[in-house]
Design a protein around this ligand. Sequence first.
Ligand SMILES: [Zn+2]
Length: 247
Amino acid sequence: MRGMIELQDLDLHITELEERKREIPGHKKAFAERLKRLDDELAESEQQFKQLALNLKECEREIETLKGNILKMDAQLNTIKKNDEYRAMLTQIDLAKKQVSQKEELAIKLMCDLDDGKRKLEADKQRIAEEKRRVQAQAAAVDEDLARLQQELDQLTAQRAELAKTQPPDLLRHYERVRSAKKFPAIVSLKDESSCGGCFMNMRRQVVNELIQRAEFKSCPQCGRLLYYPGHLAAPESGPAGEAEAS
Ligand SMILES: [Zn+2]
């Protein structure tokens, strides 16, 4: 009798561990998603810094072009004979020089932006690397949990198989049938010396008396669960059910 109850306890424990095991892929997926988001964030930060460097380069290139144009126009000045053309060229040169000084101011601002951007990128890199290490450590802990859980499950399953071998086969079949009908626990004690501890139906007096008199299971006529009288568990069990009945 105790063997069957012990078997049920093992099954309860196994079920509980299996439920915890089923939750693990969800946790792992969440960690993987967090790592991906952190990678994306770093890529974005790097892209922003690259863009700042490109902006500066573009500005410097424009300054070089303008300066080249000014040199060309300066050289052309000497070849111009007409006064109005000469003045027009001077105006163009003046305009180009103004543009150069504007662009140079912009370049200084862009250099500051680039410096700030570099500091921000370094800070982001450090923060993201730390966060990634933290998430990876959590993910590793979950892997260890899973390994421990699996080990425990293997042990309990082996223990259960050994115990099942020593139980009366018809009782075991009955138990499995009730269990597979999703009525769990399949083995319940008689409640208040009157009703089924699973479905709470009142038992006939004769059934109650038999349960109290004999250390044996009886199936509940309503739900089919295996019923026992809890008083039989309090006293030390001397042997198989038959012997206990005689004592
Ligand atoms: Zn019942």
